[in-house]
Design a protein around this ligand. Structure first.
Ligand code: GTP
Ligand code: MG
Length: 231
């Protein structure tokens, strides 16, 4: 099991003082900036070197939203196709997804629909998704207009942000909005309203997602296969 080892993150990981624990996943094509986005958020760091993620890894960060301390377990997935079987195994139990493309890369934008299909196929119905167009600092290389991004988000029923992990634009806003959406969803649909099966409903109390003993992964959770994410 990979342990977060950055000083701040390790402190967060050990912190038992929280109201809820949310598992979030960052997905999207290789090189769109998923790892950079997570490092900017969790460690406030950025590197222009590209070290493609092998498998999956995670970081922990605690946020305070709507009078609640929410501990986030944020999974950074490899975008490369060859890791798809590993990464989709982690979709189950995720309460939120950051679906990322690169505004300078048309192909990554065209893949958004496929990523949505993967979410539908492997995650819970109630999982919340935010669409993110990253690298908005590279205006001169832009291939996807903000309007196209917004239109696609509207079609898919998702909220939309353009971000820059490099310049720290909207990174915190994306996580905070996703947490807010999940909290709103929870208050709309109280836990285990119609479905108490933790395998199909993350809001089920039996899923243990909101209890304080969820800092440790359950034995049944898949284990990270790679650790190339510089954590
Ligand atoms: P995989 O792990 O292969 O799935 O890729 P990834 O999505 O994690 O991409 P990563 O974060 O490793 O970033 C890929 C490259 O894009 C790196 O060289 C980053 O420095 C660069 N990059 C990431 N975010 C930004 C950004 O907001 N602006 C700019 N200009 N470059 C970025
Ligand atoms: Mg990566």
């Amino acid at each position: 099991m990979t342990q977060p080892n950055a000083a701040g993150t390790a402190k967060d990981a050990a912190d038992q003082n929280f109201d809820y624990m949310f598992k979030l996943l960052i997905i999207g094509n290789s090189s769109v900036g998923k790892t950079s986005f997570l490092f900017r958020y969790a460690d406030d760091s950025f590197t222009s070197a590209f070290v493609s993620t092998v498998g999956i890894d995670f970081k922990v960060k605690t946020v305070f939203r709507q009078d609640k301390r929410v501990k986030l377990q944020i999974w950074d997935t490899a975008g490369q196709e060859r890791y798809r079987t590993i990464t989709t195994a982690y979709y189950r139990g995720a309460m939120g997804f950051i679906l990322m493309y690169d505004i300078t890369n048309e192909e990554s934008f065209n893949a958004v629909q496929d990523w949505c299909t993967q979410i539908k196929m492997y995650s819970w119905d109630n999982a919340q998704v935010v669409l993110v167009g990253n690298k908005c600092d590279l205006e001169q290389d832009r291939a996807v207009t903000q309007e196209r991004g917004q239109r696609l988000a509207d079609q898919l029923g998702l909220e939309f942000f353009e971000t820059s992990a490099k310049e720290n634009t909207n990174v915190k806003a994306v996580f905070e909005r996703l947490v807010d959406i999940i909290l709103e969803k929870m208050s709309d649909a109280p836990e285990d309203a119609n479905d108490s099966n933790p395998n199909t409903n993350p809001y089920s109390s039996a899923a243990g997602k909101y209890t304080k003993d969820t800092t440790k992964l359950r034995a049944t959770d898949p284990q990270p296969q790679g650790n190339n994410c510089q954590c």
